[in-house]
Write a protein that binds this ligand. Sequence first.
Ligand code: 1CP
Length: 345
Amino acid sequence: MTTLKNDLLLRTINGEKTERYPVWLMRQAGRILPEYRAVRASLSGFKELVETPELAAEVTIQPVDLLGVDAAIIFSDILVIPEAMGLPYQMVEKKGPWFEDTIKSKADLSKVSADIDVNDKLSYVFEAIKITKKELDGRVPLIGFCGAPWTIFCYMTEGEGSKTFSKARRILYQDPELAHQLLDDITTVTIKYLKQQIAAGADVIQIFDSWSGILGPKAYSEFGMKYVRRVCDAINEVPVTVFAKGAYYARKELGELSCQTIGLDWTMNIAESRALVGEDKTLQGNLDPCVLYADFGTIEKETKNMLNSFGNQRHIANLGHGVYPDTDPEKVKCFIDTVKGFTKN
Ligand code: 1CP
Protein backbone atom coordinates (compact mmCIF):
# COMPACT_ATOMS: atom_id res chain seq x y z
CA MET A 1 0.00 0.00 0.00
CA THR A 2 1.25 3.50 -0.85
CA THR A 3 1.79 5.66 2.21
CA LEU A 4 0.09 9.04 2.07
CA LYS A 5 2.34 12.06 1.53
CA ASN A 6 -0.40 14.41 2.73
CA ASP A 7 -2.31 12.72 5.55
CA LEU A 8 -3.53 15.94 7.21
CA LEU A 9 -7.18 14.98 6.66
CA LEU A 10 -6.74 11.57 8.31
CA ARG A 11 -4.76 12.98 11.24
CA THR A 12 -7.49 15.58 11.80
CA ILE A 13 -10.20 12.91 11.63
CA ASN A 14 -8.25 10.90 14.21
CA GLY A 15 -8.16 13.88 16.55
CA GLU A 16 -4.40 14.42 16.37
CA LYS A 17 -2.91 17.87 16.89
CA THR A 18 -2.17 19.34 13.44
CA GLU A 19 -0.24 22.33 12.11
CA ARG A 20 -3.22 23.62 10.10
CA TYR A 21 -6.80 22.75 9.10
CA PRO A 22 -7.24 20.46 6.09
CA VAL A 23 -9.47 21.78 3.29
CA TRP A 24 -11.55 20.31 0.45
CA LEU A 25 -14.90 21.26 -1.11
CA MET A 26 -18.04 19.26 -1.61
CA ARG A 27 -18.68 19.05 -5.39
CA GLN A 28 -15.08 20.14 -6.08
CA ALA A 29 -14.89 17.74 -9.05
CA GLY A 30 -17.33 19.22 -11.48
CA ARG A 31 -18.61 22.13 -13.40
CA ILE A 32 -16.61 24.90 -11.70
CA LEU A 33 -13.50 23.78 -13.61
CA PRO A 34 -13.12 24.50 -17.35
CA GLU A 35 -10.89 21.39 -17.46
CA TYR A 36 -13.89 19.32 -16.26
CA ARG A 37 -16.20 20.89 -18.82
CA ALA A 38 -13.68 20.05 -21.56
CA VAL A 39 -13.70 16.34 -20.64
CA ARG A 40 -17.50 16.38 -20.32
CA ALA A 41 -17.99 18.11 -23.71
CA SER A 42 -16.43 15.17 -25.55
CA LEU A 43 -19.03 12.75 -24.12
CA SER A 44 -22.72 11.98 -24.58
CA GLY A 45 -23.49 13.12 -21.04
CA PHE A 46 -22.93 12.92 -17.31
CA LYS A 47 -23.57 9.17 -17.07
CA GLU A 48 -20.95 8.32 -19.66
CA LEU A 49 -18.40 10.19 -17.53
CA VAL A 50 -19.49 8.39 -14.34
CA GLU A 51 -19.36 5.02 -16.12
CA THR A 52 -15.95 5.47 -17.80
CA PRO A 53 -13.41 4.76 -15.02
CA GLU A 54 -10.37 6.38 -16.68
CA LEU A 55 -12.25 9.65 -17.22
CA ALA A 56 -13.94 9.57 -13.80
CA ALA A 57 -10.45 9.20 -12.30
CA GLU A 58 -9.14 12.10 -14.40
CA VAL A 59 -11.81 14.55 -13.22
CA THR A 60 -11.47 13.30 -9.61
CA ILE A 61 -7.79 14.33 -9.64
CA GLN A 62 -8.28 17.70 -11.39
CA PRO A 63 -9.07 19.66 -8.18
CA VAL A 64 -6.00 18.16 -6.46
CA ASP A 65 -3.75 19.42 -9.29
CA LEU A 66 -5.54 22.67 -10.05
CA LEU A 67 -6.85 23.84 -6.67
CA GLY A 68 -4.49 22.19 -4.16
CA VAL A 69 -7.12 20.57 -1.94
CA ASP A 70 -6.12 18.13 0.83
CA ALA A 71 -8.45 15.34 -0.36
CA ALA A 72 -9.99 13.94 -3.53
CA ILE A 73 -13.60 12.71 -3.72
CA ILE A 74 -14.41 10.05 -6.29
CA PHE A 75 -16.41 11.38 -9.23
CA SER A 76 -19.72 9.52 -9.24
CA ASP A 77 -23.27 10.15 -8.03
CA ILE A 78 -25.43 8.95 -5.16
CA LEU A 79 -28.01 7.80 -7.74
CA VAL A 80 -25.98 4.80 -8.90
CA ILE A 81 -27.60 2.89 -6.00
CA PRO A 82 -31.25 3.18 -7.10
CA GLU A 83 -30.10 2.22 -10.59
CA ALA A 84 -28.20 -0.85 -9.34
CA MET A 85 -31.34 -1.87 -7.38
CA GLY A 86 -33.51 -1.71 -10.52
CA LEU A 87 -34.59 1.91 -11.08
CA PRO A 88 -32.48 3.48 -13.83
CA TYR A 89 -32.01 7.27 -13.87
CA GLN A 90 -31.34 9.81 -16.58
CA MET A 91 -29.43 13.02 -15.95
CA VAL A 92 -31.34 15.65 -17.90
CA GLU A 93 -29.18 18.58 -19.01
CA LYS A 94 -29.89 21.74 -16.94
CA LYS A 95 -32.68 19.93 -15.04
CA GLY A 96 -31.12 17.15 -12.99
CA PRO A 97 -32.01 13.54 -12.32
CA TRP A 98 -35.13 11.86 -13.74
CA PHE A 99 -36.49 8.36 -12.99
CA GLU A 100 -38.97 6.84 -15.41
CA ASP A 101 -40.11 4.35 -12.76
CA THR A 102 -40.68 5.14 -9.08
CA ILE A 103 -41.88 3.33 -5.96
CA LYS A 104 -45.45 4.31 -5.04
CA SER A 105 -46.86 1.18 -3.44
CA LYS A 106 -45.82 -2.16 -1.94
CA ALA A 107 -46.48 -3.79 -5.33
CA ASP A 108 -43.74 -1.56 -6.81
CA LEU A 109 -41.19 -3.15 -4.47
CA SER A 110 -40.99 -6.02 -6.96
CA LYS A 111 -39.19 -3.55 -9.29
CA VAL A 112 -36.21 -3.33 -6.91
CA SER A 113 -33.92 -5.81 -5.23
CA ALA A 114 -31.44 -5.72 -2.37
CA ASP A 115 -30.13 -9.12 -3.35
CA ILE A 116 -27.73 -7.84 -5.99
CA ASP A 117 -24.03 -8.35 -6.66
CA VAL A 118 -22.61 -4.83 -6.36
CA ASN A 119 -19.36 -6.01 -7.94
CA ASP A 120 -21.30 -6.81 -11.05
CA LYS A 121 -23.60 -3.76 -11.16
CA LEU A 122 -21.20 -1.07 -9.91
CA SER A 123 -17.82 -2.34 -11.06
CA TYR A 124 -17.24 0.97 -12.89
CA VAL A 125 -17.14 2.84 -9.55
CA PHE A 126 -14.65 0.41 -7.99
CA GLU A 127 -12.51 0.48 -11.13
CA ALA A 128 -12.52 4.32 -11.04
CA ILE A 129 -11.40 4.21 -7.37
CA LYS A 130 -8.55 1.81 -8.19
CA ILE A 131 -7.31 3.95 -11.09
CA THR A 132 -7.61 7.15 -9.03
CA LYS A 133 -5.61 5.65 -6.15
CA LYS A 134 -2.89 4.53 -8.54
CA GLU A 135 -2.70 7.93 -10.25
CA LEU A 136 -2.86 9.89 -7.00
CA ASP A 137 0.12 7.86 -5.84
CA GLY A 138 -0.47 8.86 -2.22
CA ARG A 139 -0.63 12.63 -2.82
CA VAL A 140 -3.87 12.99 -0.81
CA PRO A 141 -6.49 10.61 0.61
CA LEU A 142 -9.47 9.57 -1.52
CA ILE A 143 -13.01 9.99 -0.17
CA GLY A 144 -15.65 7.46 -1.25
CA PHE A 145 -19.32 8.29 -0.74
CA CYS A 146 -22.97 7.33 -0.87
CA GLY A 147 -26.34 8.93 -0.26
CA ALA A 148 -27.93 8.20 3.11
CA PRO A 149 -30.86 5.75 2.86
CA TRP A 150 -33.45 8.52 3.48
CA THR A 151 -32.02 10.72 0.69
CA ILE A 152 -31.94 7.77 -1.75
CA PHE A 153 -35.53 6.94 -0.73
CA CYS A 154 -36.49 10.52 -1.67
CA TYR A 155 -35.32 10.04 -5.29
CA MET A 156 -36.71 6.49 -5.63
CA THR A 157 -40.21 7.65 -4.60
CA GLU A 158 -40.26 11.20 -6.00
CA GLY A 159 -38.43 10.35 -9.24
CA GLU A 160 -36.72 13.74 -9.49
CA GLY A 161 -35.44 16.64 -7.42
CA SER A 162 -38.05 18.57 -5.43
CA LYS A 163 -38.22 21.42 -2.92
CA THR A 164 -40.57 19.50 -0.61
CA PHE A 165 -40.27 15.81 -1.56
CA SER A 166 -43.92 15.55 -0.59
CA LYS A 167 -44.41 12.27 -2.53
CA ALA A 168 -41.58 10.79 -0.49
CA ARG A 169 -42.84 12.20 2.82
CA ARG A 170 -46.47 11.19 2.38
CA ILE A 171 -45.42 7.52 2.27
CA LEU A 172 -44.06 7.85 5.81
CA TYR A 173 -47.61 8.57 7.01
CA GLN A 174 -49.71 6.57 4.49
CA ASP A 175 -47.65 3.40 4.42
CA PRO A 176 -44.83 3.41 7.01
CA GLU A 177 -44.34 -0.33 6.46
CA LEU A 178 -43.51 0.25 2.80
CA ALA A 179 -41.13 3.05 3.81
CA HIS A 180 -39.28 0.78 6.23
CA GLN A 181 -39.06 -2.07 3.72
CA LEU A 182 -37.57 0.17 1.06
CA LEU A 183 -35.22 1.92 3.51
CA ASP A 184 -34.09 -1.47 4.77
CA ASP A 185 -33.30 -2.65 1.22
CA ILE A 186 -31.43 0.58 0.38
CA THR A 187 -29.39 0.22 3.58
CA THR A 188 -28.43 -3.38 2.77
CA VAL A 189 -27.18 -2.43 -0.71
CA THR A 190 -25.45 0.73 0.56
CA ILE A 191 -23.40 -1.24 3.09
CA LYS A 192 -22.29 -3.75 0.43
CA TYR A 193 -21.43 -0.84 -1.89
CA LEU A 194 -19.34 1.02 0.71
CA LYS A 195 -17.42 -2.15 1.66
CA GLN A 196 -16.41 -2.56 -2.00
CA GLN A 197 -15.42 1.13 -2.30
CA ILE A 198 -13.14 0.57 0.71
CA ALA A 199 -11.74 -2.68 -0.76
CA ALA A 200 -10.98 -0.72 -3.96
CA GLY A 201 -9.04 1.90 -1.97
CA ALA A 202 -11.33 4.60 -0.48
CA ASP A 203 -9.56 6.05 2.59
CA VAL A 204 -12.62 7.81 4.08
CA ILE A 205 -16.37 7.46 3.48
CA GLN A 206 -18.85 10.34 3.45
CA ILE A 207 -22.59 9.74 3.77
CA PHE A 208 -24.63 12.55 2.18
CA ASP A 209 -28.05 12.99 3.79
CA SER A 210 -28.96 15.96 1.61
CA TRP A 211 -32.67 15.87 2.46
CA SER A 212 -32.64 15.29 6.22
CA GLY A 213 -33.69 18.92 6.62
CA ILE A 214 -37.18 18.30 5.19
CA LEU A 215 -38.05 15.92 8.04
CA GLY A 216 -38.85 16.89 11.60
CA PRO A 217 -36.95 15.41 14.54
CA LYS A 218 -39.39 12.54 15.14
CA ALA A 219 -39.64 11.44 11.50
CA TYR A 220 -35.87 11.77 11.02
CA SER A 221 -35.19 9.66 14.07
CA GLU A 222 -37.50 6.91 12.79
CA PHE A 223 -36.85 6.99 9.02
CA GLY A 224 -33.48 8.72 8.69
CA MET A 225 -31.17 8.29 11.66
CA LYS A 226 -32.11 4.65 12.23
CA TYR A 227 -30.65 3.65 8.85
CA VAL A 228 -27.65 6.01 8.96
CA ARG A 229 -26.83 4.34 12.29
CA ARG A 230 -26.98 0.92 10.65
CA VAL A 231 -24.56 2.05 7.94
CA CYS A 232 -22.17 3.61 10.50
CA ASP A 233 -22.26 0.48 12.67
CA ALA A 234 -21.39 -1.69 9.66
CA ILE A 235 -18.44 0.39 8.41
CA ASN A 236 -15.43 0.04 10.69
CA GLU A 237 -12.62 -0.32 8.14
CA VAL A 238 -12.10 3.42 7.51
CA PRO A 239 -13.36 6.66 9.12
CA VAL A 240 -16.90 7.76 8.27
CA THR A 241 -18.30 11.31 7.89
CA VAL A 242 -22.05 11.95 8.17
CA PHE A 243 -23.33 15.14 6.51
CA ALA A 244 -27.02 15.55 7.35
CA LYS A 245 -27.93 18.83 5.70
CA GLY A 246 -30.52 20.82 7.58
CA ALA A 247 -30.62 18.39 10.51
CA TYR A 248 -29.71 21.07 13.06
CA TYR A 249 -32.32 19.49 15.35
CA ALA A 250 -30.44 16.15 15.34
CA ARG A 251 -26.91 17.32 16.13
CA LYS A 252 -26.83 15.70 19.57
CA GLU A 253 -28.04 12.35 18.15
CA LEU A 254 -25.55 12.64 15.27
CA GLY A 255 -22.81 13.07 17.87
CA GLU A 256 -23.74 9.64 19.27
CA LEU A 257 -23.26 7.79 15.97
CA SER A 258 -20.39 5.40 15.46
CA CYS A 259 -18.63 7.74 13.03
CA GLN A 260 -15.64 10.06 13.29
CA THR A 261 -16.80 13.28 11.59
CA ILE A 262 -20.02 15.31 11.43
CA GLY A 263 -20.56 17.69 8.51
CA LEU A 264 -22.23 21.05 9.23
CA ASP A 265 -24.19 23.24 6.84
CA TRP A 266 -23.81 27.03 6.98
CA THR A 267 -26.91 27.57 9.14
CA MET A 268 -25.29 25.70 12.03
CA ASN A 269 -23.33 27.70 14.59
CA ILE A 270 -19.89 26.11 15.11
CA ALA A 271 -19.61 26.59 18.90
CA GLU A 272 -23.18 25.41 19.46
CA SER A 273 -22.57 22.38 17.19
CA ARG A 274 -19.39 21.54 19.09
CA ALA A 275 -21.27 21.67 22.39
CA LEU A 276 -24.03 19.38 21.03
CA VAL A 277 -21.79 16.91 19.17
CA GLY A 278 -19.13 16.71 21.91
CA GLU A 279 -15.32 16.73 21.92
CA ASP A 280 -14.63 13.28 20.55
CA LYS A 281 -15.66 13.90 16.94
CA THR A 282 -14.21 16.00 14.13
CA LEU A 283 -16.49 18.64 12.58
CA GLN A 284 -16.47 19.60 8.88
CA GLY A 285 -17.77 22.69 7.10
CA ASN A 286 -19.36 25.16 6.88
CA LEU A 287 -18.85 28.39 4.87
CA ASP A 288 -21.96 29.53 2.95
CA PRO A 289 -21.16 28.62 -0.70
CA CYS A 290 -22.48 32.08 -1.65
CA VAL A 291 -19.54 33.72 0.14
CA LEU A 292 -17.51 32.64 -2.91
CA TYR A 293 -19.48 35.11 -5.06
CA ALA A 294 -18.02 38.00 -3.00
CA ASP A 295 -14.80 39.94 -3.70
CA PHE A 296 -11.47 38.38 -2.67
CA GLY A 297 -11.16 40.52 0.48
CA THR A 298 -14.58 39.46 1.74
CA ILE A 299 -13.87 35.78 1.01
CA GLU A 300 -10.63 36.02 3.00
CA LYS A 301 -12.35 37.79 5.91
CA GLU A 302 -15.31 35.39 6.07
CA THR A 303 -13.02 32.34 5.80
CA LYS A 304 -10.82 33.63 8.64
CA ASN A 305 -13.91 34.27 10.78
CA MET A 306 -14.92 30.66 10.22
CA LEU A 307 -11.42 29.36 11.03
CA ASN A 308 -11.32 31.42 14.23
CA SER A 309 -14.64 29.91 15.28
CA PHE A 310 -13.09 26.40 15.13
CA GLY A 311 -11.25 27.30 18.36
CA ASN A 312 -8.23 25.06 17.59
CA GLN A 313 -10.40 21.97 17.81
CA ARG A 314 -10.73 19.00 15.42
CA HIS A 315 -12.10 20.57 12.25
CA ILE A 316 -11.95 20.10 8.45
CA ALA A 317 -12.53 23.32 6.48
CA ASN A 318 -15.18 22.96 3.76
CA LEU A 319 -18.28 24.74 2.50
CA GLY A 320 -21.67 24.18 4.13
CA HIS A 321 -22.89 22.44 0.94
CA GLY A 322 -21.57 21.77 -2.56
CA VAL A 323 -19.83 24.58 -4.44
CA TYR A 324 -22.23 26.17 -6.93
CA PRO A 325 -21.37 25.46 -10.60
CA ASP A 326 -21.02 29.12 -11.64
CA THR A 327 -18.41 29.93 -8.97
CA ASP A 328 -15.13 31.42 -10.26
CA PRO A 329 -12.31 28.87 -9.65
CA GLU A 330 -10.04 31.78 -8.58
CA LYS A 331 -12.48 32.51 -5.74
CA VAL A 332 -12.38 28.84 -4.77
CA LYS A 333 -8.59 29.06 -4.73
CA CYS A 334 -8.79 32.13 -2.52
CA PHE A 335 -10.84 30.13 0.01
CA ILE A 336 -8.39 27.19 -0.11
CA ASP A 337 -5.28 29.39 0.13
CA THR A 338 -6.73 31.31 3.07
CA VAL A 339 -7.24 28.05 4.96
CA LYS A 340 -3.75 26.80 4.06
CA GLY A 341 -2.13 30.07 5.13
CA PHE A 342 -3.88 30.18 8.50
CA THR A 343 -1.72 28.85 11.34
CA LYS A 344 -3.36 27.41 14.41
CA ASN A 345 -2.15 28.68 17.76
O1 1CP B 1 -23.79 17.37 -15.99
C1 1CP B 1 -23.28 17.46 -14.87
O2 1CP B 1 -22.09 17.75 -14.72
C2 1CP B 1 -24.26 17.18 -13.76
C3 1CP B 1 -23.96 17.78 -12.42
C4 1CP B 1 -23.63 16.71 -11.40
C5 1CP B 1 -22.35 16.39 -10.90
C6 1CP B 1 -21.04 17.03 -11.25
C7 1CP B 1 -24.54 15.83 -10.81
C8 1CP B 1 -25.98 15.76 -11.07
N1 1CP B 1 -23.85 14.97 -9.95
C9 1CP B 1 -22.51 15.29 -9.97
C10 1CP B 1 -21.42 14.58 -9.25
C11 1CP B 1 -21.58 14.32 -7.81
N2 1CP B 1 -22.78 14.16 -7.15
C12 1CP B 1 -20.53 14.13 -6.87
C13 1CP B 1 -19.04 14.02 -7.22
C14 1CP B 1 -18.40 15.35 -7.42
C15 1CP B 1 -17.79 16.00 -6.22
O3 1CP B 1 -18.40 16.08 -5.15
O4 1CP B 1 -16.68 16.54 -6.35
C16 1CP B 1 -21.13 13.94 -5.61
C17 1CP B 1 -20.41 13.77 -4.27
C18 1CP B 1 -22.52 13.96 -5.79
C19 1CP B 1 -23.50 13.72 -4.72
C20 1CP B 1 -24.94 14.01 -4.94
N3 1CP B 1 -25.69 13.82 -6.08
C21 1CP B 1 -25.79 14.48 -3.93
C22 1CP B 1 -25.37 14.70 -2.49
C23 1CP B 1 -24.65 16.00 -2.31
C24 1CP B 1 -25.49 17.24 -2.41
O5 1CP B 1 -25.18 18.07 -3.27
O6 1CP B 1 -26.44 17.39 -1.61
C25 1CP B 1 -27.09 14.62 -4.48
C26 1CP B 1 -28.34 15.10 -3.77
C27 1CP B 1 -27.02 14.20 -5.84
C28 1CP B 1 -28.13 14.12 -6.82
C29 1CP B 1 -27.85 14.98 -7.99
N4 1CP B 1 -26.95 14.67 -8.98
C30 1CP B 1 -26.87 15.70 -9.88
C31 1CP B 1 -27.76 16.74 -9.43
C32 1CP B 1 -28.00 18.03 -10.15
C33 1CP B 1 -28.34 16.28 -8.23
C34 1CP B 1 -29.28 17.06 -7.33
C35 1CP B 1 -30.67 17.01 -7.84
C36 1CP B 1 -31.68 17.72 -6.94
O7 1CP B 1 -31.68 18.96 -6.95
O8 1CP B 1 -32.42 17.03 -6.25
